[in-house]
Design a protein around this ligand. Structure first.
Ligand code: SAM
Length: 213
């Protein structure tokens, strides 16, 4: 996509008011390609959700990959899109004509439980890239597991952060999850910066389930 190429080459984005800003946050080009290909390669994916939009690098990849899909709908949770991020993420989506998204400007810890109550098992793909503490990421992933249908994907960014690596170690013990793939850090090939899990069965863990992590 020309816009993404431009953003990665220049390391800059442009606000709707025409101000040029340095990109200081967002998935790498390689991670974006991984997400794009994952969605393109599984034609069942049409209902997607992400936590954390910022300048829209992940949103652009997700929405571009959904192009042409029947019933395509991408929900973006980000409480600071129109303030801290000056609407750049959604403005980039509009510039590219990727209109099948809905921005929910709410904190994920409040929006996700509501969505899970209303739309349990109805999502095919959830991307987590919001507030990066262990407990917050765990809460996002707890609800993501409820939101995903069987066959759906949970993709988690910054898997090399100690807090997030720990969450992934716990999730990988769930019998319902199987690792689908990852993006490795170029300078440290045994460490992943992004991990994708696939929900292969219902989450049938009993009430007192625990596995060390
Ligand atoms: C690392 S950035 C996301 C980068 C983005 N995925 C990309 O590839 O361009 C983290 C984002 O999480 C958002 N965020 C922070 N706290 C949040 C919360 N409680 N709920 C949802 N999003 C949150 C921030 O506003 C920011 O946009």
């Amino acid at each position: 996509m020309a816009l993404l190429d431009e953003i990665y080459e220049r390391g800059e984005v442009v606000t709707p008011k025409g101000e040029v800003l340095k990109v200081h946050s967002g998935i790498s080009r390689e991670e974006g390609e991984f997400i794009y290909n994952l969605i393109r390669n599984d034609r069942r994916i049409s209902r997607t959700l992400e936590v954390g939009c910022a300048y829209g690098l992940s949103s652009l990849n997700i929405c571009a990959a959904l192009k042409g899909r029947n019933g395509a709908k991408h929900i973006i949770l980000d409480p600071f899109q129109n303030t801290q991020w000056q609407s750049v993420g959604i403005s980039n989506l509009r510039r590219e004509g990727l209109s099948w998204f809905e921005l929910v400007e709410e904190r994920s810890e409040f929006a996700l439980p509501r969505l899970a109550a209303e739309r349990e098992s109805q999502f095919d793909f959830v991307f987590i890239d919001g507030w990066h503490t262990f407990d917050h990421t765990m809460i996002d992933c707890f609800y993501a597991t409820r939101l995903l249908g069987i066959g759906g994907y949970l993709v988690i960014d910054d898997a090399n952060f100690p807090s997030i690596a720990r969450v992934i170690r716990y999730l990988e013990n769930y019998p319902c999850y199987q690792r689908h793939g990852s993006v490795k850090i170029a300078s440290a090939n045994d460490i992943s910066s992004l991990v994708a899990l696939q929900k292969r069965t219902e989450d049938l863990r009993p009430w007192n389930w625990y596995a060390d992590f």
